[in-house]
Design a protein around this ligand. Sequence first.
Ligand code: AMP
Length: 504
Amino acid sequence: MNHNLYAHFASRFQGAEDSPLLVTNDGRSYSFSEIDHRTAQIADVLAGLGVRAGDRVSVQVEKSPAALCLYFACLRTGAVYQPLNLGYRRAEIEYFIGNAEPTLIVCDSVSEAEMRAIAQKAGTGHVLTLNGDGSGSLAEAADAMAGDFDILPCEADDLAALLYSSGTTGVPKGIMLTHGNLLANGQTLIEAWGFSAKDRLLHALPIFHVHGLFVAVSCVMLSGASMRWLPSYDAKDVMQHLPECTVFMGVPTYYTRLLAESDFSSDTCAAMRLFVSGSAPLLEETFHAFDERTGHRILERYGMTETNMNSSNPLAGERRPGTVGLPLPGVEIRIVDGEGQIVPSDETGHLQVRGPNVFAGYWRMPEKAAEDFTSDGFFNTGDLGKIDADGYVAIVGRNKDLVITGGLNVYPKEVELFVDDLPGVKESAVIGVPHADFGEAVVAVVVLATDDANNEADIIAACREELAAFKTPKRVVFVDELPRNSMAKVQKNVLRETYAQLLS
Ligand code: AMP
């Protein structure tokens, strides 16, 4: 069997090649044949540049149908797709590119000059452009191609994608996902969520992250469904298109923003069969408010880049707010104490996962992966959870020092390292505090070395220069010293409590 994920996508559209697969918000419709042909043309370009199976292709472009075709082309050729958040700034990009050593970088025309300089430093031979409107040097090169590139045969453990997560050390790690990981999880999800060719997904998520790129796209492509494609999330756009869609996937912020619209009602959702939430905790009050307003009980699921999706509330059974449902078929979840012993029901411990969905390790950091896996093959997620007597899993916290803002992860260490380096700063601690719109917002608690050196605006402005906007602190507060425990470890829980109301 060919494990190439794209081969499985293609097989779902046999006999339905010409029906609409993707419709943009301005009404342009793309059939599978068109997408498939474009994908083959881009694959021709990649092959012509010498991109071979296993080579990385780093991509920092706007969300567009053309960008989706580029992802598919990488699958098709066996290249490893490395999507990069458009919000990343130069120093961040330099690290990702330097670490992944791609054969090709694709970026938008505006950042081409800067990207060429980064490529040169990393020894990357090719930089092509692709803009949100589908133009650019990659598009021009693809136009000239016949589009007859075959789908490369793959093994299940061949790499398909490389996504970066900063981890607790502040050094970003490349998470290696295989064709087998993505296929297994996609197939599980279409069964669990009842996807069929009749579905139309309203796709409003970014496609540099597991949620929009793998969960959403794989569900559509493996079930022969279709999608309405929005360039980004906007509550009014979503409301406009929900009436012709059946499924919506979002981070909790998307739902709170919909609820903030006074004319969002059950009528808006009349054609919908399923709302899915994940990437950050969905507040019970949001779940209930949504149910009251629309009659829909949002289905919350739990996953992470390293594992794809692990658990989900049921499609047919009871969806319990405040839980992330039951382990997905084929996925084992267990809760262990500090010694690795399984704890009884309802007791909180470290959440571990095993299954075909779990990633193949960290790129060029075998020792890091070894630290995160148990001897019997469970991955230590870094989340704290509990499982009740009925098997429902709840995420009760994280033992990894992570802030999730608007569904995007910020590893405080990365921001702390940057802030600590600013002139006049002695040390800093970065925390997440509750925020009505983003769930959590990044706040830096700073100890100054000298009284006069910095103010809040200076520090925020310096961060904005070098860090993606979502990582930049929304507020900076100054203290004389950071609270520490007897082991001299900064007590972030104390800081989180102290500043819990800062943004409310
Ligand atoms: P990412 O790798 O960006 O998808 O982030 C993964 C992390 O997001 C997980 O390890 C959890 O800490 C968190 N997460 C994802 N889904 C949920 C959820 N439904 N409830 C609570 N936390 C979640």
